[in-house]
Write a protein that binds this ligand. Structure first.
Ligand code: KMH
Ligand code: ZN
Length: 271
């Protein structure tokens, strides 16, 4: 079986230090958290950035600074900026980190409720706009699918030339407004992507580790990190993103799956 790519979503846009004091806001904190994840086996850092007060931003200069600090702390790591940003941001605001020509970036494949009155908006034209931009800039999109219909949208837009092959999906499962994170739902999503595609699964909250095990067994890849879950186990806060990654690496070792380093991840993803 292919080696396992572990992505660390170290920061997110919504989770706060009130949820876990180790959530990074500053440049130094982001580098520290990325380093802990990298040392534990992460080869991709999925990145949101914050201002020092914790408020989310897609400011290009903030991304530039944080990405430079992460590159120094984690030689060779793949940095995958978010183009999802936070609910309510405009498309062009969200796209700013693509101007830095990262190897990868996220591409969110549909609109969804995001708890309470929040709506995370990604119209068809938005997805086309982001997809075309990534093709032009040579950026590998990670196709964020929070529901089955978003996979269908990605496949339609691939057929129409807005998303290049080989496609790489991220099943984000368990968000309040998206698909749940049961094993049945996982199998439904993974059977809905083409045979040449790869996927990562990001389980939210208590779904994180059971879905990680499902992907490890199935030959998929895994995302963990404070963006998705701040607990190492029930009631026990993780002290770092590295602790979450290390748990996945341990599970993989027990199940006989080796963990990929960044250059191996590049090969698997055709970057
Ligand atoms: N923060 C969410 C609204 C992504 O990174 O592309 C969107 C998100 C997805 O986190
Ligand atoms: Zn994200």
């Amino acid at each position: 079986m292919e080696k396992l790519i572990i992505t660390a979503a170290i920061c997110g846009a919504e989770v706060l230090k009130e949820h876990n004091p180790a959530v990074p806001y500053t440049v130094e904190e982001c580098a520290r958290e990325a380093r802990s994840a990298y040392e534990a086996g992460a080869s991709i850092i999925h990145l949101h950035v914050r201002r020092d007060d914790g408020s989310p931003t897609q400011d290009k200069e903030r991304f530039r600074e944080v990405m430079a600090a992460i590159r120094e702390a984690c030689p060779g790591v793949i940095i995958q900026p978010s183009t999802g940003g936070a609910v309510g941001m405009t498309n062009d605001e969200r796209l700013q980190p693509t101007e830095l020509r990262p190897e990868m970036a996220t591409l969110d494949c549909g609109t969804m409720n995001f708890g309470g009155d929040e709506v995370f908006e990604n119209t068809e034209n938005t997805i086309k706009y982001f997809g075309r931009r990534m093709i032009e800039l040579g950026i590998k999109p990670e196709l964020e699918c929070f529901d089955k219909g978003m996979i269908d949208m990605a496949l339609r837009l691939h057929a129409r030339g807005f998303i290049a092959a080989p496609m790489h999906f991220d099943f984000v499962m368990g968000v309040n407004g998206g698909i749940d994170g049961s094993l049945r739902d996982f199998l439904f999503l993974r059977e809905s992507i083409p045979s040449g595609a790869t996927y990562t699964v990001a389980g939210i909250g208590r779904r994180e580790f059971p879905l990680a095990v499902a992907a490890i067994i199935d030959g998929g890849h895994v995302r963990v990190g404070f963006e998705d879950n701040v607990y190492l186990s029930k009631g026990v806060l993780a002290r770092s993103n590295g602790e979450l990654v290390a748990k996945v690496a341990r599970l993989a070792a027990e199940l006989g799956r080796e963990v990929a380093r960044p250059d191996e991840a590049r090969k698997i993803l055709s970057i």
